[in-house]
Design a protein around this ligand. Structure first.
Ligand code: NAP
Length: 290
C-alpha cells in the first residue's frame, strides 16, 4: 500500500482527552459543566446508537448530558415545546436534534427553533449563513472533523485543488466553504456532474460524501492525493465508505479508512462545539467560534 492511512479513531481520542481537561477547567471556573441536550424522536435503531454514543462521549468528557426521547408519533408541538424549553435552559449549552425525524415532522422548521448560540450541529440557517459569510459561529461537526484531520496531517490547503463530492447541507456544502476559507480552489460535485472521474482526478484533496458504496475508484484519484472518505454505507460486507479503499490506497498519498476515519471525529467535534457554546454563553461578548 502506497498511502499513509489516517487513524481517525486515535486522533479523535486525543482530541477528546484534551477536551476533557478543558471541560474540567471550565467547570471549575463556571461552577457548572457545559451541557449537551440530545433530542431523539422515534425508535430508529441507527439513530438510537448515534445518540447513545454522543451521550456516552459527553459523560466521558465531563459534559452534562440531557437525553430526551420522544415517541415516534410525537406531535410537532411537543417537539417544539421541548426545543424551546432547552433553548431557554441555562444548564443546556448545546442542543442536538437527531436527524432524520419521522416523516410527519418538518426537520427544517424544528431545527430552526434552536438558537444559533446552542446550535452545536451547525445546521440552522443562521449558522450556515455565518459560515457562508465567513463570520464566527458554530460549524457542522463532520466537516469540521475533516478539516481537523487534514490539519493534523499537515495537508497543504492554500492554493490546493480540493474536490468535494456531495453538496448536502450536512456535509458537502459546509465542507466546501471551510476549504474555501482556507484558500483551497474548491470544486463541488454532485449527481449531475459531467465526467466525475476526470474532475476528481484533478484533486490534491478529494473528499467523498455521497453515500454510494465505493463510488470513488483508482481512476478518480491523482497519484499522491489526500483522499477523505465521509461515506458510511451499510452492506453485506459491513460498513463501507464511498471510496474503494484497497484500490485507491495504492495511488493516494494519504487516505481515511471506513470505519475508523472521519466517523469518530464527528463526535469529538460535537463535544468541542458544546464547550465552545458554553464558553460563549458564559461570556456573551466573547467571539463565538469553534
Ligand atoms: P446526502 O444528503 O444524501 O447527499 C449526498 C450527495 O451526494 C448529494 O449532493 C448527491 O447529489 C451526491 N451524489 C449522490 N450520488 C452521486 C453520484 N453517483 N455521483 C456524484 N454525486 C452523487 O448525504 P450526506 O448526508 O451528505 O451524507 C453522505 C455520506 O456521508 C453518507 O454515506 C452518510 O452516511 C455519510 N455521513 C457520515 C458522517 C460521519 O460522521 N462520518 C456524517 C454524516 C454523513 P445531488 O445533490 O445531485 O442529489
Amino acid at each position: 500500500m502506497a498511502a499513509t492511512v489516517i487513524d481517525g479513531k486515535a486522533h479523535a481520542q486525543r482530541v477528546r482527552d484534551a477536551l476533557a481537561g478543558e471541560v474540567a477547567r471550565f467547570t471549575e471556573q463556571a461552577g457548572a459543566p457545559p451541557g449537551l441536550a440530545t433530542v431523539l424522536v422515534g425508535d430508529d435503531p441507527a439513530s438510537d446508537v448515534y445518540v447513545s454514543n454522543k451521550q456516552r462521549a459527553c459523560a466521558a468528557a465531563g459534559i452534562a448530558g440531557f437525553d430526551h426521547r420522544l415517541a415516534p408519533d410525537a406531535p410537532a408541538d411537543e417537539v417544539a415545546t421541548l426545543l424551546r424549553a432547552l433553548d431557554a435552559d441555562p444548564a443546556v449549552s448545546g442542543i442536538l436534534l437527531q436527524l432524520p425525524l419521522p416523516e410527519h415532522l418538518d426537520a427544517r422548521a424544528l431545527t430552526e427553533l434552536i438558537g444559533p448560540a446552542k446550535d452545536v450541529d451547525g445546521l440552522t440557517a443562521a449558522s450556515a449563513g455565518a459560515l457562508a459569510q465567513g463570520r464566527p459561529g458554530l460549524r457542522p461537526c463532520t466537516p469540521t472533523g475533516v478539516m481537523e484531520l487534514l490539519d493534523a496531517h499537515d495537508v497543504a490547503l492554500e492554493g490546493a485543488e480540493a474536490v468535494v463530492l456531495g453538496r448536502s447541507t450536512l456535509v458537502g456544502r459546509p465542507l466546501a466553504l471551510l476549504l474555501l476559507e482556507r484558500h483551497a480552489t474548491v470544486t463541488v460535485c454532485h449527481s449531475r456532474t459531467a465526467d466525475l472521474e476526470s474532475v476528481c482526478a484533478r484533486a490534491d484533496v478529494l473528499v467523498a460524501a455521497v453515500g454510494v458504496p465505493r463510488l470513488v475508484g483508482v481512476g478518480h484519484v491523482k497519484p499522491g492525493a489526500t483522499v477523505i472518505d465521509v461515506g458510511i454505507n451499510r452492506g453485506p460486507d459491513g460498513l463501507v465508505g464511498d471510496v474503494d479503499f484497497d484500490a485507491v490506497a495504492e495511488r493516494a498519498g494519504l487516505i481515511t479508512p471506513v470505519p475508523g476515519g472521519v466517523g469518530p471525529m464527528t463526535i469529538a467535534m460535537l463535544l468541542r462545539n458544546t464547550l465552545a457554546a458554553a464558553r460563549a454563553q458564559q461570556a456573551p461578548a466573547a467571539v463565538r467560534s469553534t
